[in-house]
Design a protein around this ligand. Sequence first.
Ligand code: MIG
Length: 799
Amino acid sequence: MILNTELEYKGDLFPSNIIDYKKDVDVLHFKTANNVILQLTVLRDSVLRFRYSTVGKFNKDFSYAIDEDASRGFNHLEITEDDEKYIVTTAKLICHVYKVDLRTSILDAKDGTIICQDELGFHWEESYELGGDIVKMSKVSQTGESYYGLGDKPEHVNLKGKRFENWATDSYAFGKNTDPIYKAIPFYTGLHNNKSYGIFFDNTFRTYFDFCQERRNVTSFWASGGEMNYYFFYGPNMQDVVVSYTDLTGTPELPPLWALGYHQCKWSYYPESQVKEITQKFRDLKIPCDAIYLDIDYMEGFRCFTWSKEYFPEPKRMVKELADDGFKTVVIIDPGIKIDMEYDVFREGLEKDYFCKRADGPYMKGKVWPGECYFPDYTRPEVREWWAGLFKELVSEIGVKGVWNDMNEPAVMDVPGKSFPPDVRHDYDGNPCSHQKAHNIYGMQMARATYHGLKRFNYPKRPFVITRSAYSGTQRYTSTWMGDNVATWEHLQIANIQAQRLALSGFSFAGSDIGGFAEQPNGELYARWIQLGVFHPFCRTHSSGDHGEQEPWTFGTEITNVVRKFIELRYQLLPYLYTTFYQYHQNNVPMLKSLVLFDQEDIQTHYRTDEFIFGNQMLACPINEPNSKGRRMYIPRGEWYNYWTNDIVSGGKEMWVDADLDEMPLFVKAGAVIPKYPVQQYVGEKDIDQLTLDVYFKDGKEDSQIFEDANDGYDYTKGRYSLKKFNLAGNSDKLIIRIHKTGQFYTSYDTYKINFIGLPFEVKSIKVDNEYVDFNDVQFENNTLVVSKEFTNLQLKAD
Ligand code: MIG
């Protein structure tokens, strides 16, 4: 082992030997002779926090990322030492802290394998220019290690061999290698030897990650200021790592179900007559749609919280008429407030001193859509409160159901860096700082304030917010989209990667601008993108409007029919998607799973990019190329049914899958019970009088869940929900389904219609709750039956 103290490494400084150690319940303090402190907190058996100071004391501990409801507590904690090191042992981990230089190693408590090991470990460089330290960490990359996560990076799913930067940036027409882009989510997972861990570097300054790019066996991360402050999560399953990170940084409330429907957007639909034309066309063509968006042109001169008198003379009436037709209205709100003494929002912000200022006192003045603007300091609680209050009229009076926060990186036009300069001051919730520290959380705090406003004025209904910029934890308040992509085949693939990556980074409620924002897709690209988009938690077509139209009917009847078919499929799958959302909300489980997250043990999955699991039991894979009749794809291990043909295939191999323009490769896991609604033109159009369950036979066992509630409102938080667990067990002459129910919500329907798919035997007898039933009583025909939703045990047998 080389000692760091023996290294001459650029201008870097290193901790020296430990001279003091103390334990304070779950916090361990290690102090070195050169005044470095490592504060190691044991949050859970598998979650450790490492915090370093180079000056012998810590600043106030404050983070926007951490959820106040994050789990804490462990089963076991033991600290011992030998000549070389301190040894911290929990039920899951062993952490060594070396006495000579403060380096750490983390091992699996069960078998002693090394999971994550400091290379140089913590070191730093004093930055005269920036003030404070550039804090750095380097880790040994283990043999065969792969890396995932990091938010919205458009790169390959596996990050190995690449370097990234986190600095929220307005990135019009970004590409595969553009970095950084809109979001800063400094969380990644590592995987080697079938063991996965995660690291969340909770530092809001400009952060960097290098995954074996600079040096082949080293992964490092650093920041241009702030503390070396990171959380370590151990799996060994990657899904558990993601779950732990998501538990720490939080999940959203359930969205209103309509927010999981299809949304239509464009920059911009105006005037009112055009909005109506579009919504009418959806209804005429019977293409389901739940939300219509108003981009910046609905405002009077781009002044937030105003309406253009010319284009939208009576917003309240219009919003109501749209609502009567099943459309929720979502409006854009940007952070820039136009400098205009006649504009009350500006005047109030000015009078109350709510706008950001430069270091020496002038306002932070920047040009955005409205012209010269000032920008609220959303990092001040009082400003967030004010901002939330501004939604009163929009929501309570006019009836807007959702708000879209754009430009919140924050974006500024025609200036170097496309954002605020570094000297701008922020309150940072009572920890005053410069923009260098607040930049990456500015958009998050804006979305947070917006969310609170919507929640207040929409109560008892649930709010819907969408943001462009985000930092870790932003998922608690809002959904997100990937920003200004381009109408190309490569971007379809990028959208797929980004949605998977965001889900793996705790932010599941995300989707791309379907069809591409910049430029114009042709019909084929649009149809293929819709096919992908309906499997993303957020599903919206959006375009810049510069190149003509981008609606489901823009590209002729054939394309319209394909688009309708897939949007209808999304509406049928709403109860499945909603259950998936519930599992995310409740159990922190990502809604989309890259194959590596689904089956890390199978090394084939480590570099797969296109295929992903939608929820827990559906496998989707978009067609990424023109003129395709299908594609080769990897089917993960296990048995899968082709959704369109019901043919069963065994996974663990790559294969060709047919998919003409009106199909996309889609599979259902054997044993799954998939709930389905009838097609509706919008959520709530129909009373659901029967729930369809597609049951995919499996020789073996499989568990499924169905979550239901009122689809809006907060009754579910008071126990008025229904969570059903289906345990399926099948063999060559029998299929048994047991249901276990919790919660107290009474669904609108009384019966299930159950379709049995792939039954290997002819059904000769049916038992419901241990009583034989007459085939006629359950309308048994072609492996379909109708049964009371109250059943707890259903058996089909070959004799
Ligand atoms: O400078 O509001 O990403 O979705 O349509 C462009 C106009 C500002 C960028 C967003 C895009 C939106 C557009 N906005």
